[in-house]
Ligand binder design. Sequence first.
Ligand code: FES
Length: 103
Amino acid sequence: TPRWTDVAAEADLFEGAGIPVAPEGHDIALFAIDGEVFATDNLCTHGHAKLCDGFLEGHEIECPFHQGRFDVRSGAPTCAPATEAVKTWPVKVEGGRVYLDLG
Ligand code: FES
């Protein structure tokens, strides 16, 4: 069963950029794109960089260290040197709050 957890106010998000949240000790990045919200693990799978500090282009987040890229919808790597998918988290937005299913 899903375990929806309130992690942020929708108003805390910036269109086209990421913010970090840390529910229950997880390190997760939220991205607001065209009114939708996506969540991935914040740590790049290539090295010790935070994806919330990266550059968002369309649905791709570019890692600030070596410009690896991931699709925030699936976590799939889309540009080297990123080769391993980053974990994604289910998101819902309700009543101005952002919830993640920490399942
Ligand atoms: Fe992210 Fe190298 S640490 S691409």
